[in-house]
Design a protein around this ligand. Sequence first.
Ligand code: NAD
Length: 298
Amino acid sequence: VKKKGGQFEKQARPVKQAAVLGAGIMGGGIAYQSASKGTPILMKDIKEEAIQLGLKEARKLFTKQVERKKLTPEQMAEKLANIRPTLTYGDFGSVDLVVEAVVENPKVKGAVLTEVEGLVGEETILASNTSTISITRLASSLKRPENFCGMHFFNPVHRMPLVEVIRGEKTSDAAVAATVAYARAMGKTPIVVNDCPGFLVNRVLFPYFGGFSQLMAQGADFQRVDKVMEKFGWPMGPAYLLDVVGMDTAVHAGEVMAEGFPERMGSLGGNGEKSAIQAMFENDRLGQKNDRGFYAYE
Ligand code: NAD
């Protein structure tokens, strides 16, 4: 982890024009955050509906700021105009940094990254928002792996301050520097981490979910566990947090973590028995994304 003023900062090539691939939950949030802090961003998706949803979400967040008198309607219009929605790669030639935030599938990500690498300038940085796929693995399909790193935002992007900048085996200092500087320009707190399953945050978080899952298997009541963790001083307990993360995401990431750190994952991590989280997933109780998880949402 390098602090402000360190070598990364000095080397940074400024990001004047950014782009994000995918206008979903994360891509839309990244576009909003970049636009809000003044860096113009192209928001590309393959579906018009996704673009419209991404824009709607950004408009909603800006409108809230106008209501709270943090922005004037004119300022809102200016910031909103920083997001340029597109279904094509037309303007990608002049982009300094591209954040890839398409679906969590290595084949799709590999194809999209290869495609975009052929269209951007030689110095353009490509950064993936993957939660679980190895950066070194994704880099293997690229011609300029030195220009590629991870840029892992957390959901919801506009509220979560941390961004993990992940250095793959071949990532250059310049790519790390530009990505760190862009994260800071977006008002975030970047940390630089090496490439490994779960990076840093999920290496800490998933064993915690594993511990919670073990308690459930031993008959604990999830609401009581949540209350205990709140009394302990955490903003929310594990069941509520899993509802926010989504059971599908948790199961998928849990598998990746169990493969990387089998000894640490407890009953979340594929040791043969079905965890409470797996059972919720199989019963389509995904959490807040479909209004039912450990808790019910309206
Ligand atoms: P999502 O399904 O909401 O959005 C993905 C978007 O990508 C969709 O709109 C889809 O149309 C689009 N897409 C698919 N192929 C494309 C292509 N070739 N070009 C452009 N767009 C394309 O997914 P999400 O939750 O936003 O996740 C995106 C990425 O962010 C994943 O890698 C995920 O692991 C990661 N991530 C998600 C979270 C989270 O909590 N949701 C948190 C951190 C990181």
